[in-house]
Write a protein that binds this ligand. Structure first.
Ligand SMILES: N[C@@H](CCC(=O)N[C@@H](CS)C(=O)NCC(=O)O)C(=O)O
Length: 226
């Protein structure tokens, strides 16, 4: 059975799952389904969220569990994504946790506020979230000034999971907010590096990737996510 990812490229979590599949030189079908339908919730994710993953052996939800499974299952194919030493593996897991618990929360608040009102996002919501995001980025800047990738010398899932989130941020944030990235030399170089990988280009070249190619004022927005 071909790999299927249930979700949409509107959502960075689904893009990250697809990116892991591509980094392992595998192909996948992107399947759209109403996530609140019993058919989806009973078979794929009882929480009614995207992405979910299916192959001949397993059905999985939670993007990081999907990425780790794919990286392990296709060990020896494509790019190694789990770290090449025990040390790197531990740091990869650590930074995946940082992504979930420190990076994603302010990113989510900022994105939601922009989706809700692209012309004039609520400053009382966006300002504190940008301040929180800035503090997180300072920690990334310190880390990336000491090490090429988050876990060490090798590109891992810890880096991969961030790529679609920066892609989305770049597309929807105004110039002031984008300066948070461009003004941090090491963060910015890292974003350019992880965004120039062939697997990411292949993913963003897919026809389903149509949501963030337009300006931040596009009306074609899904307000439910991230
Ligand atoms: N921790 C989850 C987050 C998944 C998530 O929040 N998915 C959003 C799309 S980005 C979703 O399905 N939102 C729809 C909803 O909450 O109803 C993961 O990493 O997969």
């Amino acid at each position: 059975m071909a790999i299927k990812i249930y979700g949409s490229f509107r959502w960075p979590f689904a893009m990250a799952a697809g990116l892991a599949v591509y980094e392992k030189d595998q192909e996948f079908e992107l399947v759209r389904m109403d996530m609140k339908l019993p058919e989806y919730m009973n078979n794929f994710n009882p929480f009614g969220k995207s992405p979910s993953y299916q192959d001949e052996d397993i059905i999985l939800f939670e993007s990081k569990a999907i990425m780790k499974y794919v990286a392990t299952k296709f060990d020896g194919q494509g790019s190694p994504l789990l770290g090449s030493t025990v040390h790197e593996q531990a740091l990869c897991n650590q930074w995946l946790e940082v992504h979930s618990h420190s990076f994603t929360p302010p990113h989510r608040v900022i994105s939601k506020a922009i989706f809700r009102n692209p012309e004039q996002p609520d400053a009382s919501v966006v300002k504190p979230a940008l301040e929180a995001f800035e503090k997180v980025l300072d920690i990334y800047e310190a880390r990336l000034s000491a090490s090429k990738y988050l876990a060490g010398d090798s590109y891992t899932l810890a880096d991969l999971t961030h790529t679609p989130f920066f892609y989305m941020f770049n597309a929807i944030a105004d110039e002031g907010a984008q300066k948070l990235l461009t003004s941090r030399k090491h963060v910015y170089a890292w974003i350019q590096d992880i965004s120039s990988r062939p697997a990411w280009k292949k993913l963003t070249d897919r026809p389903e990737n149509k949501y963030y190619k337009r300006s931040r004022y596009s009306s074609n927005r899904d307000k439910s996510c991230p």
